[in-house]
Design a protein around this ligand. Structure first.
Ligand code: C2R
Length: 170
């Protein structure tokens, strides 16, 4: 039986996180990576979350991305079940507007790292996962260089447009 390839496993604590997390999947897929997206919670579905992490690890996943809001334990719980890199995305919701999830994810104990990106920073999480995969995949590395060049060009176009509006030749 053939197994599904997975490069980047994106997990989130609730379906309510999906629109914040979607950019992680979008950018990782655009860079040619095999992406899986799952709603699994360390709090509400601890056994299923652990089983998924172990299965994805066995299938050769390069990095996990974990998005969660509030008392965000998902990244830490995933890190407890794998030695693959875990990237956490704190999600802003509720009374503390993301401070709670940021601190829960970034303040991991020694030995259990979670690379935490900005609050709601899912796109950077996808890029970081691709950069991890690129260390062993020249095709992904090439696509990352092109992606960055695209961003550089966009800024230079904006510069020319804005400079022209203010009567200055860029
Ligand atoms: P609901 O919208 O389902 O009530 O969830 C989710 O990530 C979401 O942002 C509210 C928030 O609870 C978060 N949640 C966690 C975890 N599981 C769900 N932080 C976890 O395992 O860390």
């Amino acid at each position: 039986m053939s197994e599904n390839k997975v490069d980047v496993a994106i997990m989130m604590g609730s379906k309510s996180d999906l629109e914040i997390m979607r950019p992680a999947a979008k950018i990782a897929e655009s860079l040619g990576l095999a992406v899986e997206v799952r709603v699994l919670s360390a709090h509400r579905t601890p056994d299923e979350a652990a089983a998924y992490v172990k299965d994805a690890t066995r299938r050769g996943v390069k990095a996990f991305i974990c998005g969660a809001g509030g008392a965000a334990h998902l990244g830490g719980a995933v890190a407890a079940h794998t030695t693959r890199p875990v990237i956490a995305v704190p999600i802003a919701n509720g009374a503390l507007s993301g401070w709670d999830s940021l601190l829960a994810m970034v303040q991991m104990p020694p030995g259990m790292p979670c690379a935490t990106v900005a609050v709601n920073g899912a796109e950077n999480a996808g890029l970081l996962a691709a950069q991890i995969a690129a260390t062993a995949d020249p095709e992904v590395a090439k696509k990352l260089v092109a992606e960055r060049e695209g961003r550089r060009k966009k800024v230079l176009e904006s510069d020319a447009e804005v400079a022209a509006q203010f009567g200055k030749k860029a």
